[in-house]
Design a protein around this ligand. Structure first.
Ligand SMILES: [Zn+2]
Length: 278
């Protein structure tokens, strides 16, 4: 859902999938990517009801089987709760470095559990919040690596619809971040804190920027009058995306992606050794 141009006084709603005639249209009151017990608690606390939607009922069935869920021994649930608490504490923290410390620690405790996939909550939310906090702290290269992990390893499974608004906004953030890095490629403001140095790897950030921007542009180009689509179109135009000679093929993108594998692995490994609790 988005507000149209200022002064137009109209709201636009776009469905993520086809809607059958007569089908009930519902909205989610809480983050649907969170586990059932977290959603149920939030719905009970904020809206005073027990949700019986098909997603909740399906997941309840899995959880209530006689054998405990192999991925969820008791200590995993405790860790999960601790990570959700760290996420909430980071969102309330108004300092510059406080949220970064809390979010990194939250990621650290989840990543110690081998079976915890990158797209399993609250890991994905911790990372997305970390991207925003790192940008606020001026640690652009580090923010880029996390935004890139989100783009390559998380969003497609967490939000499978190609026009999912959260997925599009994450792509927009990645493009904006790449633009800032491209404008000041030799900015070393964040480097003293980093053990890896991606500015030494001669990565063609512009190529990655153009590729992600092209994909974003293709996803919104049919939306003729939305404000977000307008913004993407302007950015695409400004970067010469309308000239076919400036377009970046998947092969060219993967070439740059290969160079990023090493720093990305380092970021992921680092998450396993980050030490003390904030
Ligand atoms: Zn439900």
């Amino acid at each position: 859902m988005e507000y149209d141009r200022p002064g137009n006084h109209c709201l636009k709603i776009r469905a993520l999938r086809p809607i059958a005639s007569g089908e009930e249209v519902v909205v989610s009151y809480v983050d649907a990517t969170n586990p059932r017990r977290v959603r149920q608690r939030e719905l009970q606390d904020r809206y005073f009801f027990t949700c019986e939607c098909s997603k909740c009922l399906d997941e309840a069935l899995v959880e209530s089987e006689d054998i405990p869920h192999p991925l969820d021994p008791e200590d995993h649930l405790v860790t999960e709760q601790r990570a959700f608490d760290l996420l909430a504490a980071a969102q309330k923290d108004t300092s510059i470095t406080g949220p970064i410390q809390k979010l990194k620690y939250g990621i650290h405790i989840l990543r110690k559990i081998d079976s915890w996939s990158l797209d399993r909550q609250p890991l994905a939310s911790l990372r997305q919040n970390l991207v925003v906090s790192l940008i606020a702290a001026g640690q652009l290269h580090h923010a880029f690596l996390h935004a890139y992990i989100q783009y390559r390893c998380v969003d497609a499974t967490l939000y499978p619809e190609r026009i999912h608004p959260i997925r599009l906004v994450h792509q927009w953030l990645l493009v904006s971040l790449l633009r800032r890095i491209e404008v000041s490629p030799y900015s070393r403001e964040d480097l003293p804190h980093q053990t890896h140095n991606i500015s030494n790897l001669s990565i063609n950030f512009r190529r990655i920027l153009m590729y992600v921007l092209q994909k974003l542009f293709r996803r919104v180009k049919d939306d003729q009058d939305g404000a977000f689509a307008d913004m993407v179109r302007r950015m695409h135009w400004r970067h010469g995306g309308h000239y076919t000679s400036n377009s970046v093929s998947r092969g060219e993108f993967l070439q740059e992606a290969d160079k990023l594998r090493e720093p990305m692995d380092k970021v992921l490994q680092q998450e396993l050794v980050w030490g003390d609790a904030p």
